[in-house]
Write a protein that binds this ligand. Structure first.
Ligand code: NI
Length: 260
């Protein structure tokens, strides 16, 4: 992708020089304007990403429930790796990954509108073009997990990539750490063998599940994520993270019973 841009720039500079040397100023002026617009566009995209990074970092720094700035940073990095392999638009993916948890419905009384609304206000304040704003906000609106039986389909490859990255970060060693951190922040018990896990068929039921246990959360969400990946690249990565969680739970239950 970067190679394409460099190639495009070099070619257009040569064409500009040619038309300048032949004094074909009409063509020169038209091409020159295209070149300038493209340069301004690239600069604007860079500035939007940089300001969004600062804005999100400011909002999330010091968050202790497993949804901190470093979660956002990991999702951005992972999403960009997936975007490259899945040929998704890097700009849309990075913006959506940065903004995906900007106002999570779980922390706003189940209001699913607040995330996309906050993202829209922010992007419009930076004069991002309307189709990009719509695309990013649509991803932000549909990215979250809402229960075992609640489908959360993504319309575009960019959305699929961001959702996969967010879900991969809930799996494996990082996922285990985040789940316990989140449980701690909510005062949820680590494990209670008397309470069985539940598979929630509606978003409301999932949201209002109350204090189950951290271990139950593995069965209600984390162990189900492997089969809900959108892209082939993420499916492969999910396998390894899934196996690690299975291993962890096996050890946990053995220790619980005093068998290991
Ligand atoms: Ni997230």
């Amino acid at each position: 992708m970067m190679g394409d841009i460099v190639y495009f720039d070099t070619t257009i500079v040569y064409i500009l020089l040619y038309h300048e040397s032949t004094r074909n100023f009409q063509t020169y002026n038209v091409l020159h304007q295209i070149f300038i617009n493209k340069q301004i566009g690239t600069q604007h995209m860079k500035a939007v990403l940089e300001q969004t990074r600062k804005y999100v970092r400011g909002k999330f720094e010091g968050e202790g429930s497993g949804h901190d700035w470093w979660h956002i940073q990991r999702v951005v990095n992972l999403a960009l790796v997936l975007a490259e392999k899945e040929h998704a638009d890097q700009y849309i993916v990075e913006l959506a990954a940065l903004l995906h948890d900007i106002a999570d419905y779980k922390f706003h009384g189940g209001d699913t509108e607040i995330g996309p609304k906050t993202a829209r206000a922010w992007l419009e304040s930076l004069s991002v073009q309307a189709p990009i704003v719509d695309h990013v906000c649509d991803i932000v609106a549909h990215v979250s997990y809402k229960g075992a039986g609640v489908p959360t389909p993504m319309k575009t490859v960019e959305g699929m990539v961001v959702q996969d990255a967010d879900r991969l970060d809930a799996m494996g060693a990082i996922g285990i750490g985040r789940t316990f951190a989140y449980g701690g922040s909510k005062g949820t018990v680590m494990h209670n063998p008397d309470v069985a896990p539940q598979l929630h068929s509606t978003a409301d039921a999932y949201l209002n599940k109350g204090n189950s246990s951290v271990i139950n959360h593995f069965h209600e969400k984390l162990l189900l994520l492997k089969d809900r990946m959108n892209t082939e690249t993420a499916k492969k990565m999910a396998e390894e993270r899934h196996q690690f969680m299975e291993q962890y739970l096996e050890q946990f239950h053995h220790e619980w019973k005093g068998l290991r």
